[in-house]
Every structure is written in structure tokens, then in C-alpha cells.
Write a protein that binds this ligand. Structure first.
Ligand code: SAM
Length: 192
């Protein structure tokens, strides 16, 4: 796991809104974010999804996070330019998906778009993702949803989610990546 270089950040940020629009279009009516929802995004990059989620769904709480402080401050500035001021209920902060600074059962949705493989030292490894997925389950309320996409080790991700008690609600498995919605167990399943 490492912060991206300048080119990596630029590439992520230039595509942030188009990627977010594509993700929301592919999820369509499978994604139902009600007004009172508490929503967390991990690895938000340039913040395109934070912007669209706020503008489309106006959840009660929306926290956009990234491991990289430079991305968090750039996204915060971008959102301020876009909206004039950051609306009440919306926040950006630094957070590591491997050790989330949030209490148990505090969100109805966690979004992790094209970011889970970034918790690994090398994107094709599969050693840290189970820990990130367990952290996601911890901060989700019973019955809350994980919305994710990933490119690498997709079957292992699905297997880890099943072991954590998640249930698949939507899966679009394309040539290049999976996009999925998984429902957290209700009540949560204990893990050893
Ligand atoms: C490929 S970008 C995806 C950005 C955004 N989700 C999108 O779809 O445009 C991956 C992001 O994950 C962040 N990241 C890397 N390791 C992370 C970690 N351990 N916890 C949270 N975010 C992390 C990176 O800083 C980067 O912004």
C-alpha cells in the first residue's frame, strides 16, 4: 500500500466524475440510497462519487475518505469550488481502509470503487483485502450495503465476503472488473 505518484493521482482525478457516472448508471435501480442514510466512501480519489451521491441522494451523512492526505485536501477544495460551501452532513477525511476510524455499525452504505486492491503492497496480492473487508463489515450497520468494484482477485473477494456473512445482491462481472452490491449480515456474524 502506497500513496499514488503525481501521474497516478492525475489519472484518477481526471476520470473521477466519468467513472462515478458510469458506476451509478450500471448500478441503476439496484442502488437505493434513502435520504436518511449514512454513507461512507473509501479511497474516494478525486471525489466524483462523493459529489454525485450528494447531488442525487442527499443522504443524512456522507463521509468521503482516502488514505492519501493530498487527495483529501484536493477533493475538499474541488467540492468547495463545485458547491460554494460543503453542505452540512458532508465531510472529507483521511482514513485507511485497513483501520477505519469509525465506530462499529455507523454506516448504511460503504462504497469502495477501484480501491480494494490498493490496500495490497502489490495489486495482484491477496493478503490485506480480507482485513479491509472485515473493517467494512464492522462499520456497516446490520443489513447495510457494500458497493464495490475491483479488478484483481475477484473470486477471492467474493469468497471473503461470503465468509464474513455478506449476501450478494447485485453482481456485474465484466471482462475487466466486478461491480457489486453486497448486503451485510443482520445481525452481524461473529468472526474469530
Ligand atoms: C484507483 S483510485 C480510485 C479512486 C476512486 N474511487 C475512483 O473510482 O475514481 C484508488 C484510491 O484508493 C486510495 N487508497 C490506497 N490505499 C488506500 C487505503 N489503504 N485506504 C483507503 N484508500 C486507499 C488511493 O489513494 C486512491 O485515491
Amino acid at each position: 500500500m502506497a500513496e499514488m505518484g503525481r501521474f497516478g493521482r492525475w489519472a484518477v482525478n481526471v476520470l473521477t466524475e466519468s467513472r462515478a457516472r458510469r458506476v451509478l448508471a450500471q448500478l441503476g435501480s439496484h442502488l437505493a440510497v434513502r435520504e436518511g442514510a449514512h454513507v461512507l466512501e473509501l479511497g474516494m480519489g478525486g471525489g466524483g462519487l462523493v459529489a454525485l451521491i450528494q447531488e442525487r441522494y442527499r443522504p443524512a451523512r456522507l463521509v468521503g475518505t482516502d488514505f492519501d492526505p493530498a487527495q483529501v485536501s484536493a477533493t475538499d477544495a474541488r467540492l468547495r469550488r463545485r458547491w460554494g460551501t460543503i453542505p452540512a452532513g458532508v465531510a472529507t477525511q483521511v482514513a485507511d481502509a485497513l483501520a477505519l476510524p469509525f465506530p462499529d455499525a455507523s454506516f448504511d452504505f460503504v462504497f469502495a470503487i477501484a480501491m480494494l486492491h490498493h490496500v495490497e503492497a502489490h495489486h495482484t496480492e491477496y493478503s490485506q483485502r480480507p482485513r479491509a473487508l472485515a473493517e467494512i463489515r464492522r462499520v456497516l450497520r446490520p443489513g447495510g450495503r457494500l458497493v464495490y468494484s475491483d479488478l484483481f482477485r475477484r473470486e477471492e473477494i467474493r469468497r471473503s465476503l461470503a465468509e464474513l456473512g455478506f449476501r450478494e445482491e447485485f453482481l456485474r462481472s465484466g471482462l475487466r472488473h466486478d461491480l457489486a452490491i453486497y448486503r451485510a449480515p443482520s445481525p452481524p456474524v461473529a468472526t474469530s
